[in-house]
Write a protein that binds this ligand. Structure first.
Ligand code: XMP
Ligand code: MG
Length: 175
């Protein structure tokens, strides 16, 4: 099998985006004691870089989600494999995700968090792949828009590999 890797965004470009997002988030959340909720595993590097640039004391929680959309005809079966442990009632929650693709995962999670009576729920996503959207999702803080190609690196994987690549890359596999 041939694997072709193309750099889409370099470390420098990613860093500039993280600085920009952190400034926007700091401006909007300073003094509000938000809860930053990372979606595992894909967001782990982005989240680590982002929170270190937020200029307020950060409280964190994590959730692990998996989708079975490929295996169902109805689409959009999302399960929460690891649940957050913080009481969300009255909290300002900022969800951090690696990529919004069909939107099914985020649509499910954002709805769920609102049902927990959070004071507000917003989304920060590193990447947006709008061409594949099936469910509307509002991205309040966005790093980059990407084309309909498979993305790896900077936390994103292909079969659990490539998460450690420092750049954001496109992966094309040909047999
Ligand atoms: P949906 O379709 O629910 O999916 O918006 C979001 C989740 O799907 C994964 N995803 C990707 N992962 N490269 C990846 O490594 C991609 O190009 C890609 N597109 C979607 C991702 O885990 C995200 O949380
Ligand atoms: Mg993910």
């Amino acid at each position: 099998m041939m694997v072709n890797m193309e750099v889409l965004f370099t470390q420098k470009e990613i860093e500039s985006a993280v600085v920009r997002l952190a400034a926007d988030i700091t401006r909007d959340y300073k003094g509000k004691n938000p809860l930053v909720m990372g979606i595992l595993k894909g967001s782990f590097i982005f989240l680590a870089d982002l929170v270190r640039r937020l200029d307020f004391p950060v409280e964190l929680d994590f959730v692990t989600l998996s989708s079975y959309k490929e295996k169902t005809t109805s689409g959009g079966e999302i399960s929460m494999d690891r649940r957050f442990t913080t009481d969300l009632k009255g909290r300002h929650v900022l969800v951090v995700e690696d990529i919004v693709d069909t939107g099914l995962t985020l649509h499910f999670l954002l709805d769920h968090l609102r049902e927990e009576q959070a004071a507000s729920v917003r989304l920060c996503a590193l990447l947006d792949k709008p061409s594949r959207r099936q469910m509307p999702v509002q991205i309040d803080y966005l790093g980059f828009t990407v084309p309909d190609r498979f993305i790896v690196g900077y936390g994103l994987d292909c079969a659990q590999k490539y998460r450690n690549l420092p750049d954001i890359c496109c992966l094309d596999e040909t047999v």
